[in-house]
Design a protein around this ligand. Structure first.
Ligand SMILES: *Cc1c(COP(=O)(O)O)cnc(C)c1O
Length: 492
């Protein structure tokens, strides 16, 4: 199986090359030529543990990596790094099932992929005979950055560089990043929002001329990010099977708090690989460009950017939508290239009606602004004694609306993407409690008020030293990367 670019069938790559490059040379995203079948019987699905299940899915999507390397990557990448024995527990809350994806080292779902990515990159280097170091460039809306730093810190033959929007991430998210230790890590703030940082990274990819390192990406433009995410959809389905919630082969709906469209696209891939997924429900916060797109078929980023209480979803240009357009149009690379060109040139595009209909047959959508999400946090805590973070609450609110509209009777899984403690001030506000000045005091308050445990790495942050203080303009990103890439060492 080859990988192709979403923008032209001339750009082919092996799966190992796709992982190494991140982005295709023509600016498109890598997609498998044909989406492989998972080939998992119901009996196998129920009997495999999460490590074996994840390795199975990775081997299907990344067939050029040696099977043993993939199995090692999963075992070493996940073992001993999670606070719960079950890496991703599925918890019943009221009539829905919440898939908790945030028990990893940085308390957000990005860990599911970024615990594995450094090892997948190392295996890809070996498979491709690459000798030079890999420099992993990452734009972050808050959570990817820390997960990438933690995953790559001191990993051999790699360096990781993270750009985050100055003032655009929570205090705790920032502290997580700027205190990161490691000889091969670099963290820099950008005077702009996430979209500026993401655009800057894409430009660096297009124009970088350094020879000392090879660039790759830890953003969900990298297929190596998406592949591990596909696996937890299978795991969640297996959990519901084991609990007797769903009969073999019966559909389950997934409600996904969405920003860059990576998480939900992994659900779509799971479906195309054969998992009985009913509807995928895309939940947006006030930056509802995706909800509007799914409703109208018009993608229009020319709108006000809102800073919300769910900052990891504050995104107006959702990269992975490009992959959906490709798959749903049966691989019409010419169409995708022209839509993406329009987006760059004019900020807006409209998809053909037939394509819109097809997408609508598999995706539902909804939005929830901060007051609606806060209301959900308060109600679910009061009624169920279950605490959900602001991103999860957006999805929960959208789930309620979806259910109330009577569109589906399928069992529903709401994806929970972050620990409430990453966003403690917003949580306190939602619960109607006083909000202290400092995010760290807010963690303590939230703990005192709810009795829920603070994840250990978050509790330890307060005592760590700030190590990274650079702040630059988006236009300076290329020269920053080039200068840094020439330095042999970053830390004393
Ligand atoms: C990244 C992130 C999201 C959005 O996921 P995408 O894959 O970008 O759609 C949602 N919630 C949290 C907590 C995140 O970190």
């Amino acid at each position: 199986m080859h990988y192709l670019s979403t923008r032209s069938h001339q750009e082919t790559a092996t799966s190992a090359e796709a992982v190494l490059r991140g982005l295709a040379p023509d600016g498109g995203l890598y997609v498998p030529e044909t989406i492989p079948a998972a080939e998992l019987s119901d009996a196998a699905l129920i009997s495999l543990d999460q490590y074996a299940l994840t390795a199975h899915i990775l081997k299907k999507l990344l067939p050029d990596l040696p099977a043993a390397a993939v199995e090692d990557a999963v075992r070493e990448g996940y073992s001993g790094k999670f606070e719960t024995e079950d890496l991703t527990p599925t918890v019943q809350v009221d009539k829905a099932h919440v898939l908790e994806l945030y028990h990893g080292p940085t308390s957000a779902f990005k860990d599911m992929a970024l615990c594995l990515l450094p090892r997948l990159i190392a295996a890809s280097c070996a498979a491709c005979g690459v000798k030079e170091d890999v420099l992993v460039l990452t734009a972050t809306s808050g959570d990817t950055g820390k997960a990438a730093l933690a995953g790559f810190a001191d990993a051999p033959h790699t360096r990781v560089m993270v750009f985050y929007p100055e003032g655009g991430v929570s205090e705790v998210q920032r502290a997580q990043m700027v205190t990161q230790e490691g000889k091969n890590v670099c963290v820099c703030a950008v005077r702009g929002n996430f979209d500026d940082a993401q655009r800057g990274v894409k430009e660096v990819f297009a124009q970088f001329k350094g020879t000392r390192v090879r660039l790759s990406s830890a953003n969900s433009i990298n297929i190596g990010r998406l592949a591990p995410q596909v696996a937890y959809y299978f795991k969640a389905y297996a959990d519901l099977r084991k609990k007797g919630v769903v009969k073999a082969g019966a559909p389950v709906d997934f409600i996904v708090p969405t920003g860059n469209f990576g998480n939900i696209l992994a659900g779509y891939l799971a479906k195309r690989m054969g998992l009985p997924v009913g509807t995928l429900v895309c939940a947006s916060n006030e930056n509802d460009v995706l909800t509007e797109f799914l409703q109208t078929g018009v993608y229009d980023r020319r709108r006000t950017f809102h800073k919300t209480a769910s900052p990891s979803m504050d995104i107006l240009v959702s990269s992975n939508l490009e992959r959906l357009l490709y798959f749903a149009s049966d691989g019409d690379a010419e169409l995708v290239a022209s839509l993406m060109h329009k987006l760059t040139e004019t900020g807006v595009y409209r998809i053909p009606e037939e394509l819109h209909k097809r997408i609508r047959s598999e995706f539902a959508c909804g939005k929830a602004d901060d007051p609606a999400a806060f209301d959900a946090i308060r109600r679910v805590w009061a009624k169920e004694r279950y605490l959900m973070d602001p991103h999860t609450a957006v999805a929960w609110r959208v789930y309620e609306g979806y259910r109330a509209a009577g569109q589906s009777e399928n069992p529903a899984v709401v994806l929970s993407t972050a620990s409430p403690y990453k966003f403690a001030p917003a949580m306190l506000e939602a619960l109607g409690l006083p909000v202290p000045e400092s995010g760290f005091d807010a963690m303590e308050e939230l703990h005192g008020a709810t009795g829920t445990p603070i994840p250990k790495p978050l509790a330890a942050l307060k005592y760590k030293k700030e190590l990274h203080r650079d702040v630059i303009e988006p236009s300076a990103m290329l020269s920053y990367v080039e200068r840094k890439a020439e330095q042999v060492r970053w830390a004393e």
